[in-house]
Write a protein that binds this ligand. Structure first.
Ligand code: GTP
Ligand code: MG
Length: 249
């Protein structure tokens, strides 16, 4: 309990999602967002790049970001837009984001092994992996390679978790979905990466589209109840739905 008192939280930019997470993204843990294309995973990552840099009273950790981009979807222009609309200086925000483009799974593993130096030098408080499983999924095809893939993925995930614990930083990763045609009830999608990813990520949040809005659901957590939160994507990155924001004012 004493150790856990050192854990801090990063506001996501959406009050609803912060509530879902019990106040924001925790340090000392891996938070996983998964969902189908366009669900908002990359948008959450981009917004966090801005919010983590806020001062502690404003909901940030006054820290830098390491962004491991495996899909080539990091967009500095989008960061600038989000920063501007949230009242930050876009150049200052960009200058504290270290982007590493990972071209294959081995490259991605190398980057994570070397994170320590970077974290200390740049006062990094958040490491993002968008997306964690995509390379493994593309490189290891067929059942014959499954065992090796899961071993490699397991080691990668544990290195991430260890980094989060040693440096008391937050790790956010995204994950894709695969269809589960054998499920008769409910949503026929599940996260990729199998049990390895499911067991290692501390918090798992499932994102889905609901018309113009998006719904986030806490799927797995050692202490949060399983429930839903509504958010939307707009010029501030992620945000609470319009009617709720105006009600609060
Ligand atoms: P994959 O990486 O393909 O699995 O999807 P993802 O979950 O990462 O999707 P992403 O977070 O990139 O969300 C894409 C969605 O964000 C698009 O459908 C757009 O509707 C929305 N979006 C992106 N940029 C903007 C923007 O500037 N304004 C608004 N309003 N919406 C945006
Ligand atoms: Mg994406």
């Amino acid at each position: 309990l004493t150790r856990r008192r050192n854990i801090t939280r990063i506001s996501t930019g959406s009050k609803n999602i912060d509530d879902l997470l019990g106040g924001g993204i925790e340090t000392w843990a891996i938070t996983e967002f998964y969902g189908e294309f366009g669900a908002g995973k990359t948008q959450i990552c981009h917004t966090l790049c801005c919010t983590v840099q806020q001062s502690i009273p404003d909901g940030g950790l006054d820290g830098g970001v390491v962004y491991i981009d495996t899909e080539g979807t990091f967009r500095p222009e989008r960061i600038m837009e989000i920063a501007q609309n949230r009242g930050f200086n876009p150049e200052d925000i960009l200058s504290r984001i270290m982007v590493a483009r990972a071209y294959n799974s081995a490259h991605q593993e190398l980057i994570v092994k070397d994170l320590g130096k970077m974290i200390e030098k740049h006062k990094v408080k958040l490491v993002i992996v968008d997306s964690a499983v995509a390379h493994y999924r593309a490189e290891f095809l067929g059942r014959g390679t499954l065992a090796e893939r899961q071993q490699r993925l397991n080691r990668f995930m544990h290195n991430l978790l260890r980094t989060a614990e040693i440096y008391n930083i937050a790790v956010v990763m995204t994950n894709q979905v695969q269809s589960a045609p054998d499920s008769f009830f409910g949503d026929p999608t599940r996260a990729t990466g199998g049990h390895v990813v499911a067991h290692t990520s501390t918090y798992r949040i499932y994102l889905r589209k609901a018309g113009k809005n998006r719904i986030a659901r806490m799927i797995d957590s050692p202490y949060h109840p399983e429930r839903d939160a509504v958010f939307m994507l707009n010029e501030r990155g992620i945000n609470d739905p319009a009617e709720e924001t105006s009600k609060r004012k």
